[in-house]
Design a protein. Structure first.
Length: 310
C-alpha cells in the first residue's frame, strides 16, 4: 500500500477475538448459518466462510490473512494480539505462539511498538473505547489478573482508559456490548441493545484519529463449543456493526474488523485453529487498505500509513 495523501479522517478498529474463516458447514460453523450475521450479509453481501468470494468494492471489502506467520503450532492470543497491535511478528520473535496474556518479552514489544505509541509519535490521537472496572486494576495489582495486549498497547501510548462513569454516559463500550456480564457480576448498570453500543462507539470515535474496540466473547464461545451461544454472540456483533456502519461517514471514516486467530468458526474442536482470519474494511480508503494485505503483521503498518501517509 502506497499513500501520498491522507484519505481518511479517522480509523476505527474493531478487534474480534477468535474469528477465523472456516468451512461452509453449518453443522460446525455458525458463520455458515444464515441467522449468524444477517445484517452484514444484507448490507454488503459479505459472508465470512472460507469458500465465500471475498467482497471487493471501492468502499468495502474483505480479505483472508495469515495468522500463523510461519511459526509451528496453532496461533494464540498473546502473540496474535501483540502482532496485530504492533506490526511486529511476535510469534517469530518468541519462536512460538503464546497463549493468554503477554509475558515480559511481549510486553516489551508492546511498550516499544504499540500502534497507540506509533500514532502518538506522529501527533495523532488514539483511544481505547472499552470500559474498565476498578476491580480489574485491583486484581492486576496483586497479580490475580494480568493486563491484556489491548490494555498494554493503550497504556504504552499514554491513552487514558475509560471506566464505569464513561460507560453510563455513553462514552465507553463494555466488552460484551450489552453490559449483561457486568450485571452478572453485581454491578448496577442498565443493559442496552448491541445496536446502542454501536451508537456509542461511533460517538466516541468522532474525537479521535484512531479508535480501538475489543470484542472477545467470540473466542470464549468458541472454546465452549456451544452453537446457540455462538449464534447469539455473532448476532450481537452483527447488530453492533450494522449500527456503527450506519452512523459513520463512509467518505471520511475507515472501519476495520480484524481478528488474531480462528476459533468460533469450527465448534467441533474447542480450540484455536490455523484458519486464515478475515480483515474487513468499510469506508474511506477501504480498497486501498486491503490491496495486497496477506498477513496479520501488516495490519498496524497499514493503519499508520492510512492516517499518516508518506
Amino acid at each position: 500500500m502506497n499513500g501520498s495523501e491522507r484519505k481518511t479522517s479517522g480509523v476505527i478498529l474493531v478487534f474480534v477475538d477468535g474469528l477465523g474463516l472456516g468451512a461452509d458447514d453449518p453443522a460446525i460453523n455458525p458463520l455458515a448459518r444464515a441467522e449468524a450475521m444477517p445484517r452484514l450479509t444484507l448490507r454488503y453481501g459479505c459472508r465470512l466462510t472460507a469458500e465465500a468470494t471475498p467482497l471487493q468494492t471501492e468502499l468495502c471489502g474483505s480479505v483472508p490473512i495469515d495468522a500463523v506467520l510461519s511459526v509451528a503450532g496453532l496461533p494464540q492470543s498473546a502473540t496474535g494480539q501483540t502482532t496485530l497491535l504492533t506490526g511486529i511478528n511476535a510469534q517469530a520473535a518468541l519462536g512460538h505462539h503464546a497463549n493468554g496474556f503477554p509475558g515480559q518479552a511481549l510486553q516489551s514489544i508492546l511498550k516499544e511498538r504499540s500502534i497507540f505509541r506509533q500514532l502518538a509519535a506522529l501527533n495523532l490521537r488514539g483511544t481505547f473505547a472499552n470500559a474498565f472496572t476498578a476491580e480489574y486494576f485491583a486484581a492486576a495489582a496483586v497479580a490475580r489478573w494480568r493486563y491484556s495486549a489491548t490494555t498494554l498497547a493503550a497504556l504504552a501510548g499514554g491513552v487514558r482508559l475509560r471506566f464505569l462513569e464513561e460507560l453510563l454516559s455513553g462514552q465507553a463500550v463494555y466488552q460484551d456490548l450489552t453490559r449483561e456480564a457486568l450485571r452478572e457480576r453485581g454491578y448496577d448498570v442498565p443493559c442496552i441493545a448491541p445496536g446502542k453500543a454501536g451508537v456509542h462507539l461511533a460517538r466516541i470515535a468522532r474525537g479521535y484519529d484512531f479508535t480501538l474496540f475489543e470484542y472477545f466473547q467470540t473466542d470464549i464461545t468458541g472454546h465452549s463449543q456451544a452453537m446457540e451461544q455462538a449464534l447469539h454472540r455473532l448476532s450481537d456483533l452483527d447488530a453492533f456493526l450494522d449500527s456503527l456502519l450506519g452512523l459513520v461517514d463512509p467518505g471520511k471514516i475507515l472501519v476495520i474488523l480484524a481478528s488474531d486467530h480462528g476459533n468460533i468458526e469450527d465448534l467441533s474442536l474447542g480450540s484455536h485453529t490455523a484458519n486464515p482470519v478475515p480483515v474487513l474494511a468499510f469506508g474511506a480508503g477501504a480498497a486501498n487498505f486491503l490491496g495486497g494485505l496477506t498477513r496479520l503483521d501488516e495490519v498496524t503498518p497499514r493503519i499508520v500509513d492510512t492516517l499518516c501517509p508518506l
